[in-house]
Design a protein around this ligand. Structure first.
Ligand SMILES: C[S@@+](CC[C@H](N)C(=O)[O-])C[C@H]1O[C@@H](n2cnc3c(N)ncnc32)[C@H](O)[C@@H]1O
Length: 288
């Protein structure tokens, strides 16, 4: 199982869903009473779900990583957190009426198996919020940054063993799991760095200048076609770019905008006789 740090999740989820929650509309958050967030990590999405639901709604987070679960269930805004594997959820059939995940399927070798398990514990909706990491866009005042990030991303995508560019294709996993997709909607998570720089932005710049951020993904990159020499060249150019970022920050000139497209796929669980939908209708719902 790929591991994530608390720091990584807080950094990459910063501001997510703060600008607009329209893409979550099809989850009908005000009309569900028992919601499960699978692969909840530090609980970033669980808290958004809790904010959008009536006080009487239970939102439960589930994750296989006990360290992240401890973070999710601590602090001022704790999440009800349960340890468990997405492929064998520790809940009886139909325990929830909405089961959702965010950036979980991209980390699983067989997303459809997880989605089928979501359907087992949901009596109504299943939803997945998954990024397309091949379509990330960077606009930076440091000229080399966009190009180097593209090179690093390509090498990572080539070496990683799961489909981290799943995005809207999550619907294939839903269909394979016999779940009728009712909607797929895009949400662009835009992260902007500009003066005054927060501590997180300063730390990200330091990680570029030392090459630490790139080194975290070295093994994955070398699993693909990138050779050690090509990795060393990339790292050297990366560190130069990082020093340029720090110089521009010193002059308060550095600006960066990153756009990560996420896709919200929502499906309705079929009733057990597999001939009609849980809501009683027999027609196939259409995409919106
Ligand atoms: C990229 S993180 C996303 C965390 C959170 N959903 C968010 O968007 O901030 C993926 C999460 O899935 C969890 N995970 C990966 N494989 C899992 C599995 N088989 N069962 C349960 N959780 C899993 C990881 O521990 C991690 O917390």
């Amino acid at each position: 199982m790929r591991e994530f740090s608390e720091d990584y999740l807080e950094r990459t989820r910063e501001g997510m869903w703060d600008d607009s929650r329209e893409a979550l509309e099809a989850l009908a958050l005000d009309s569900h009473e028992r919601i499960l967030d699978v692969g909840c990590g530090t609980g970033e999405l669980s808290r958004v779900l809790a904010e959008e639901t009536p006080e009487t709604t239970d939102v439960v987070g589930c994750d296989a990583d006990p360290t992240l679960l401890a973070v999710a269930s601590a602090g001022d805004d704790p999440v009800t957190a349960v340890a468990g594997d997405a492929l064998r959820l520790p809940f009886p059939d139909d325990s929830f009426d909405l089961v959702v995940c965010q950036a979980l399927l991209i980390n699983l070798p067989d997303p459809a198996t997880a989605v089928a398990e979501f359907a087992r514990v949901s009596s109504d909706l299943v939803a997945a919020v998954e990024p397309d990491n091949a379509a990330v866009e960077i606009d930076s005042s440091v000229e080399s940054e966009g190009n180097l990030e593209r090179r690093a991303r390509r090498a990572y995508l080539d070496g990683v063993g799961t489909d981290v560019s799943l995005g809207a294709d999550a619907r294939d996993a839903f269909e394979e799991a016999d779940i009728a997709v009712v909607e797929t909607r895009q949400y662009d998570h835009v992260r902007t760095i500009e003066p005054p720089y927060c501590e997180g932005a300063l730390e990200a710049a330091r990680r570029k200048a030392t090459g630490a951020g790139l080194a975290d993904d070295r093994e994955t990159m070398l699993e693909g076609e990138l050779t050690e020499t090509e990795y060393d060249d990339l790292r050297s150019a990366w560190r130069t770019m990082g020093r340029d970022v720090i110089d521009q920050m010193g002059a308060r000139e550095y600006q960066r905008e990153e756009t990560v497209p996420f896709f919200v796929t929502v499906g309705r669980v079929r009733s057990t006789d597999r001939t009609s939908w849980v809501d009683g209708s027999t027609s196939t719902p259409n995409d919106v």
